[in-house]
Ligand binder design. Structure first.
Ligand SMILES: [Cu+2]
Length: 615
């Protein structure tokens, strides 16, 4: 009996030890920090027919997409394809979006950036970067990707992006991987420290249309640029980026790039960069003007920061710049005015390829003991800051000014980024904070080895943070931004009177085939429940351009055009015209049909493409 008891205790201890790092599996018990379940349920329950208070735009990482959630329900509302084809909306299949993708079929999406006016989200556009040197613009009127800018010259690994300046003058860009520039030049790796270059850059944004164009580029030593944030209010006009590998090392970076105690945050006077470019300064490299800080001083300064920092975040009043070594136990608060004073006094300790290095002690206000592995900081409306702790797997709440850590909540687990409601603007909304966790096992039904990521909704409306809800997301939860729903006014149909496509037709009488040599244009009308024409005849070898207009003006009356053997699926929204061009290289009879359910007679919405063979 006694022996059995010892074995039982031993087994229980072993199980406890084995389970220790993970959260309870399938347990109704809430983890530490969860609020009372009934309160949590009430706070996240959005009743049928009711609407969420916030939109969450979350990075889809290497899926190339943006996921849209409602908060507090955490319900997935929509997927916005940006850098990868998405047959659900026909993205990447029609001529326009296929051209925008430029032959690339994936992108590693990182940091969504909602457009701002005076440092506040204005609900017009969403910019988002991806690693292959590109920035895209999503129009929030219709939640569609409207422009992909890049790949930009000289940039390799656009990680430190797509942060916008307070009036959306620029979307910022920084290269994670240094290379010899211009691209295409090859040099041995032992030339890394001297001949490889990092680039920080800006994409210019048209304030009326959101159209992006080349801004400026600045050459830097071969550091690995990581993350950024634009200054605001008193620090407006400045941009901050963290870097690792200030050692300029190669090989096993986890060892070679961890030699120094400190890396840097770059402070960039972007108005000075803008002026230098306007004055014609800079060298033409890879087709763009690149500023070399050795030749054009007064633009970039380096702030020493704890080793291998990740995020850098500017407080809502613009006074503080917060960054930390990602393996430290503290986060450093730099004071913008002290940074300016040190620059004015030329209080430098040296330079890196002509870029002055400031003195850590001169520019810092505090080291806040937030906990281990501080990564990113977001803000509330009441002077509180929230810092994610990767190593501790928790969020710390602390007070700006007193630097007191007042609360901590565990995450399940391994939090990376975090997102508070409008928590990186001049007027954070508070209420909700979302931990974007890197790992999730044990808290959902198993779906095999490829597990979902987890996002956890935290109530920050009271003194103590409380866990409200677990949600699971597609890979990969990099940054997200949360905006008040009332700021967005999406359209539901494209108004007929605003149709600009020259191939649009609005009457079935105008549908049909016109031919010029081997070029065939087919004008198609999509309306419940017919695709007109119901048969299209072409010759093998013809170049066929099908322009289809969905003449519906009714909400959610989408139609699709699926053409099986030709790998085509177009989805056309009400009032929209889409064009697809392809070579009719396969002879035969190919059915086309509406792929997007539209009516009781949806199944009947079909026709035939007849491609007459050459022989
Ligand atoms: Cu249909």
């Amino acid at each position: 009996m006694k022996r059995a008891l010892i074995i039982l205790v031993g087994v229980a201890a072993a199980i406890a030890l084995y389970c220790a790092p993970t959260a309870p599996k399938g347990s109704k018990k809430s983890p530490a920090g969860a609020s009372d379940l009934a309160v949590a349920a009430q706070k996240t329950y959005v009743a049928p027919g009711d609407l969420d208070e916030f939109y969450l735009f979350a990075s889809g990482g290497h899926s190339g997409q943006i996921y849209v959630y409602g908060v507090p329900s955490m319900r997935h509302l929509s997927t916005i394809p940006v850098y990868a084809p998405y047959s659900a909306t026909g993205y990447g299949f029609d001529d326009e979006t296929r051209a925008m993708l430029g032959g690339l079929t994936w992108g590693d999406v990182h940091h969504p950036a909602l457009s701002e006016t005076n440092g506040d989200y204005d609900g017009r556009w969403l910019f988002v970067n991806e690693m292959n040197g590109r920035v895209a613009r999503v129009d929030l009127k219709d939640f569609k990707t409207r422009q992909i800018f890049g790949p930009m010259p000289n940039i390799s690994g656009n990680h430190g992006s797509a942060f916008v300046t307070p009036n959306t003058e620029y979307s910022m860009v920084a290269s994670r991987f240094s290379i010899p520039i211009p691209k295409g030049k090859s040099l041995p790796i032992d030339k890394y420290a001297t001949d490889y270059k990092g680039i920080i850059a800006a994409v210019k944004i048209d304030p009326k249309t959101g159209e992006m164009s080349q801004g400026f580029e600045i050459m830097t030593p071969p550091f690995d640029w990581d993350l950024g944030d634009a200054g605001k209010k008193i620090s407006d006009g400045w941009m901050f980026w963290t870097c690792y590998n200030s050692e300029r090392a190669t090989g096993k970076l986890e060892v070679t790039a961890s030699q120094r105690d400190r890396d840097y945050i770059a402070a960039v006077d972007w108005r000075a960069a803008e002026k230098a470019i306007a004055e014609g300064k800079g060298d033409l490299i890879g087709g763009v003007k690149v500023i070399d800080p050795r030749k054009v001083p007064g633009i970039v300064y380096l702030m020493p920061c704890g080793k291998s920092p990740h995020g850098v975040d500017v407080s809502p009043d613009g006074k503080y710049v917060i960054g930390s070594g990602k393996l430290q136990g503290v986060t450093t608060v730099f004071n913008f005015e002290k940074i300016q004073t040190a620059i004015r006094n030329k209080d430098f300790t040296g330079d890196e390829d002509g870029i002055p290095v400031l003195k850590y002690e001169d520019i810092k206000d505090a080291e806040v003991p937030v906990g281990l592995g501080p990564l990113h900081t977001q803000f509330g409306p009441d002077g509180f800051a929230y810092t994610s702790l990767f190593v501790d797997s928790a969020i710390a709440k602390w007070k700006l000014g007193t630097w007191e850590v007042v609360d901590k909540i565990p995450m399940s687990y391994s939090i990376g980024h975090l997102c508070a409601a409008e928590g990186d603007t001049v007027s954070p909304k508070g209420k909700y904070l979302i931990g974007l966790n890197k790992l999730s096992h044990g808290r959902h039904l198993s779906v095999g080895p490829s597990q979902p990521e987890s996002s956890q909704l935290v109530d920050i409306s009271e003194e103590k943070m409380k866990l409200l809800y677990d949600a699971f997301t597609e890979p990969e939860p990099h940054y997200a931004q949360m905006i008040e729903a009332k700021k967005l006014h999406p359209i539901e149909v494209y108004p007929k009177e605003e149709s600009k496509n020259p191939l649009a037709i609005w009457d079935v009488k105008d549908a049909g085939v016109t031919r010029a040599g081997s070029n065939v244009v087919v004008k198609v009308v999509l309306v419940r429940s017919t695709i007109t024409p119901t048969a299209i005849e072409v010759n093998q070898g013809d170049t066929v351009k099908i322009a289809m207009t969905n003449i519906e003006q009714t909400t959610d009356e989408l139609h699709g055009f699926g053409l099986l053997d030709y790998n085509i699926n177009i989805v056309v929204d009400p009032g929209e015209t889409k064009v697809v061009t392809f070579k009719a290289d396969k002879p035969g009879v190919f059915p086309y049909y509406c792929t997007n359910f539209c009516s009781a007679l949806h199944q009947e919405m079909q026709g035939y493409l007849i491609v007459k063979g050459k022989s």
